[in-house]
Ligand binder design. Structure first.
Ligand code: URA
Length: 246
């Protein structure tokens, strides 16, 4: 694959921009010797899989599809066009937002949305099948939330969350797959679907109130402790298989 096409596929701009980046000496390709070598020929051909390169000094690697996680900070919106708070997409480097796509939207998309004030584990990808697999209610991927409540939790509230509560928009009760009291005002809640404001509405339905909400786990994958709020990283193969494990 030509170097300009590799850069284009990874979101570094139009083919013309990518050709220009190479011709102006902004691109280095890591060779078999492990060293990054400047390449000036934008049509030079490379095997993309496994390719490591630098663009304007920033190391990158080829990924046919992008799979990321972000530790979402409070005070950010999951929308591309936020109404009041900065978008989570501003936390990602431009190539991830610009990756070309056959669908109407470019770049990686958040898989499900967290509220402005919710923190923690958010997945992003440009792989439509993966997005569907992780977000479809039919797939029942468990999501674990650390919930801080305004009032001390009592046993009957926890029991009702497990038995099922009716939310205003649906007569069918929704129930937590697990509800583990951690402290008198801290509950670890596992949900298998992701309805709008689901945790806040369920907790309100049992007569309490969510004061803080943090998503700590999806499937068997935990938010890494060394990933600070606002930071993102690529998901590894092992991470991806943990995500698909209940
Ligand atoms: N449930 C909520 O109420 N808010 C979130 O952000 C996620 C789940």
């Amino acid at each position: 694959m030509q170097l300009q096409d590799i850069l284009f596929s990874q979101g570094f701009g139009t083919r013309r921009v990518c050709a220009g980046l190479v011709q102006q000496g902004w691109v280095k390709v890591v060779g078999a010797d492990g060293e990054a070598h400047q390449v000036f020929d934008s049509t030079a051909s490379f095997e993309p899989v496994g390719l490591h390169f630098e663009v304007q000094g920033v190391p990158w690697h080829y990924a046919e599809k992008a799979y990321l996680l972000l530790n979402k900070p409070a005070g950010t919106e999951c929308s591309q066009k936020p109404s009041a708070w900065p978008s989570i997409y501003t936390l990602l480097p431009a190539p991830l937002r610009q990756r070309p796509s056959k669908s109407a939207v470019q770049g990686v998309q958040a898989i499900g949305r967290l509220d402005q004030d919710t923190t923690g584990l958010l997945l992003l990808s440009d792989d439509g099948q993966f997005i569907h697999r992780m977000s479809s209610p039919k797939k029942q991927v468990p999501k674990v939330y650390e919930v801080t409540t305004k009032h001390p939790l009592d046993d009957s509230q926890v029991a009702r969350l497990l038995d099922g509560v009716v939310l205003d928009d649906d007569p069918k009760p929704v129930r937590a797959a697990a509800a583990e009291p951690v402290a008198e005002d801290h509950l670890r809640l596992t949900l298998l679907e992701g309805k709008y404001h689901q945790v806040k509405r369920m907790v309100a339905a049992v007569g309490n109130r969510v004061e803080g909400l943090h998503r700590s786990q999806i499937g068997a994958f935990h938010l890494p402790e060394d990933l600070a709020p606002g930071q993102w990283r690529w998901l590894s193969e092992a991470d991806l298989s943990a995500l698909s494990t209940a």
